[in-house]
Structure formats: structure tokens, C-alpha cells
Design a protein around this ligand. Sequence first.
Ligand SMILES: CC(C)(COP(=O)(O)OP(=O)(O)OC[C@H]1O[C@@H](n2cnc3c(N)ncnc32)[C@H](O)[C@@H]1OP(=O)(O)O)[C@@H](O)C(=O)NCCC(=O)NCCS
Length: 261
Amino acid sequence: MAWVLEANGAVEGSAWLPAPAAALPGAAEVHVWRASLDQAVPRVGALLETLQPDERERAARFRFEDDRNRFIAARGILRDILARALGSTPGAVRFVYGPWGKPALAEPAAGDLQFNLSHSGGLALYALTCGRAVGIDVERIRPEVMREGIARRFFSPREVAALERLPEAERCAGFFRCWTRKEAYVKATGRGLLLPLDSFDVSLAPGEPAALLGTRPDPAEACRWSLMHLEPGNGWVGALAVEGHGLRLRCFEWAPADSPA
Ligand SMILES: CC(C)(COP(=O)(O)OP(=O)(O)OC[C@H]1O[C@@H](n2cnc3c(N)ncnc32)[C@H](O)[C@@H]1OP(=O)(O)O)[C@@H](O)C(=O)NCCC(=O)NCCS
């Protein structure tokens, strides 16, 4: 079995656990945090205080205030979540970036903590795990994005065929399941879109477990990864890709440490 799920039904999106004050994932655990990026202005101000100068410069480059505030929230909340895992403070967390832009912790951390994040609209998902690569993706379901040309451009022939086999009413959901699973995997490898999107196949049919079905040129690569379907809220779909198998998934709803439980 690829995943051991918490009995709280966390992946269904209705029972995300309250944010713990401290939480370092165990060796066979993956933590997924969900957060709204539409935070009140004073909260955005407090999160901005925790950002490093390069992140403030990035924030300042956003033309629209809403986009700027969401970026600040996404980074500030990432820092808060990592600080809880590390027993540190948000402002003390330092990042380095991989050759294709994947952020990682600058200092070796307890348990070799790894993370990834994704945001879409006003929602962010964060994945944390120890000693294994991880990637996460969330997309707001936008039926207008789902066009045959897009699928043919970004999906593998096997995925396009699987999508075309779905009844019309299932196609939009199948499209976004495929999209998020592909994104989560390329983000886990750290290569982003430099990994050719037709060099691997993911599952997408309803009821079929999330999985990396095939990888090219090395077919053994597919066996190294677990994929997980996530339902972070009505109108969004998400996916998680992690190295290894038999992992326990725990899902948390972010809230500031100073908010009443
Ligand atoms: C950058 C990319 C890795 C993800 O982009 P995205 O889906 O637009 O954005 P997401 O919100 O999911 O992820 C962005 C976050 O991923 C992280 N990230 C950046 N580069 C990364 C990389 N190479 N690997 C993993 N994570 C990366 C960053 O933390 C970034 O957020 P931040 O800079 O605000 O902190 C890349 O895959 C991309 O450009 N995708 C474009 C989407 C597309 O065309 N998809 C094809 C359909 S399958």
C-alpha cells in the first residue's frame, strides 16, 4: 500500500487538523498544511516583518496589492510552518535555491527537513517531510483552462488517451487531477518544467489511485515515488509527490500561533 492515511479522513478536505504549535514530521510521515492567503492587513504586516530582504524586494515588485499581500502571506506562513517544525523563529529561517529555483533550507536541519509549496488563487498548500524529496501542487479548478490543445501540449499521449476516454462530465476534473499530479512530480524532482512533461505518465481517472504510471527513459524511476490526491477545498484540487512508500499523511489547517484555538 502506498499511503497510510490518518483516520481523520484528512485528504477529503473536511477534517484538517488544527495547527500544532510544534510539529516535525517523523521519518515515515508527510505533513500537508493548508492556508488561506487572504489574511487581514495587520496579519500581512506581521508576516512581512519575518521576510528576508530578497523576499521583500520580490514582494515590492508586485503591481497589484492583492498579489503582493498573497505573496507575503505565502512566504510568511511558510516561514511560520518551518519554524514550528525546527523549533526556531520565522525570521531566522534561511533559504537557498536549487539550480531550477526550488527553495530549500540553507542550514542542515533536524531530520533533514524538506519542503515544497504551491499557491493558486487565495489558497496555499505546504508539504513537509524528512530525508526525502517532496513536491506539491494546488490548482483552482478553472473549466475555461481545460482545452484539448492544452492537454495535447502538456500531457503525455497515454494521459491524453485516458482523458479522452472519460465521459464529458468527468473531463474537467480528470484534466486538473493530471495537471496537479504532473506538477507535483516535477516539483519533487526540483527540475520544474525542465523535466519534459511527456517523459512520464500519471493516473487521472476518477477512483483510480494517484500514481506515477510510467517514466522514460528509466522505467524504474516510477517505482521510487508515491503520489497522493488532495482535496484542499471546494473548487481546488491538489497533489503530492514524495520519494518512497508506506508513508503516513497528516493534514493541518494553518492558523497563527497567537490565535485562540
Ligand atoms: C515554477 C514551477 C515549478 C511551478 O509553478 P506553478 O505551478 O506556477 O506555481 P506553484 O504555486 O505550484 O509553485 C510555486 C512555488 O514552487 C516553488 N518552486 C519554484 N521553483 C521550483 C522548482 N524548480 N521545483 C520545485 N519547486 C519550485 C517556489 O516555492 C514557488 O513559490 P514562491 O516562489 O512563491 O515561494 C514550474 O513547474 C512552472 O513554471 N509551472 C508552470 C505551470 C505549467 O505550465 N504547467 C503545465 C501543466 S502540467
